[in-house]
Design a protein. Structure first.
Length: 329
């Protein structure tokens, strides 16, 4: 049985219910996985609330969210260090289990510091219906979460009941580090050199400081324009620009070359199209893409091998394992 748990007082900019890892196995049918843009903070919030890592929780872009508690329960909020979490206008810690009571109002207060998204989990997870195998909200498809949309003022969310756990926190040394100048891991291809990019192009891609465009969202993180030399003069029968090709599938985290503009494909991105994917961000780097602030942050790409990416993925998983968490009195 589920219980009314949270009422939205101030929904912020585009707060959604997400679930990890989202809708897997449906890219061939045109459905991106959706789910959290920063899977590390999302999974950590759930672990701190005593949940399995993938149950539904809230993703809050960097604009203040305020919710009223409708039952006694436990919550956890994770995200950038500079964000302030208030309970009834009194600051309380993030990155740990928090006991709350009926009538408490929780508010996230954003700052100008690093990072862009905050995650709020409640004990038992939010009770929203699964659509195509996941409760994750897809704003593009209009499915999942609460009617496939961002939360609005007055929305009431229910949660599954669960016995209280001993309070826990994630040590600062294990938490992700936020910055305005990011290093993002990439694996070359599937449309890399020598067929699409030249060796100099790849060197440029991995040495340039790229600016994150203001027009970035859950669909894609756009970077400033750059004209590569390309290994071919045009796209042949597929189009005039060398980045053009016959429609093909896009990998999650692909770095898409739409003409002279690179875009890192996000959680709600297209799953196929007619542009080259010159590199792919592995899971260990995707959480960082989810924390880049549009119009301000910048990044460098760092090439890694497939085996190195797998090792880095495992390191990320290790850092937010519940076994790494410390009990609080």
């Amino acid at each position: 049985m589920s219980i009314e748990t949270v009422e939205v007082v101030n929904p912020g900019l585009q707060t959604t219910v997400q679930a990890w890892p989202g809708r897997l196995g449906l890219r061939a049918f045109g459905h991106a996985a959706s789910g959290p843009m920063d899977h590390v903070c999302f999974r950590a919030a759930n672990a701190l609330a005593g949940n399995q890592p993938g149950v539904p929780a809230l993703e809050v872009p960097m604009l203040d969210l305020s919710v009223a508690m409708l039952q006694d329960t436990q919550v956890a909020v994770t995200g950038p260090e500079g964000v302030r979490l208030l309970r009834n206008d009194v600051e309380v810690p993030m990155w740990q289990t928090l006991d709350v009571q009926v009538g408490d109002v929780l508010t996230t207060v954003s700052t100008s510091g690093p990072g862009f998204r905050v995650y709020l989990a409640v004990a038992g997870g939010f009770d929203v219906p699964e659509v195509l195998g996941s409760a994750a909200t897809s704003l593009v498809s209009g499915i999942g979460g609460v009617e496939g949309r961002a939360l609005g003022r007055g929305d009431v969310l229910r949660s599954h009941g669960r016995a209280r756990i001993g309070r826990r926190r994630l040590p600062e040394a294990m938490r992700p580090r936020f910055t305005t100048d990011w290093e993002i891991e990439v694996i070359q291809g599937p449309h890399g050199q020598p067929d699409f990019l030249t060796a100099d192009d790849w060197e440029t891609l991995t040495s340039t400081v790229w600016r994150v465009d203001l027009n970035s969202d859950r669909i894609g993180t756009r970077l400033h324009p750059h004209r590569f030399a390309w290994a071919r003069p045009d796209g042949g029968v597929w189009g005039g620009h060398p980045s053009n090709l016959l429609d093909t599938s896009y990998p999650a985290g692909g770095v898409l070359a739409n003409g002279d503009v690179l875009t890192i494909l996000g959680a709600d991105s297209n799953t196929s199209g007619g542009f080259a994917v010159v590199a792919t961000v592995p899971r260990c780097g995707l959480w960082k893409v989810g924390q880049m602030r549009p119009g301000r942050d910048q990044l460098r790409f760092r090439e890694v091998s497939y085996d190195e990416a797998r090792a880095l993925n495992a390191r990320v998983d290790f850092s937010i394992d519940p076994a790494r968490m410390i009990g609080n009195a």
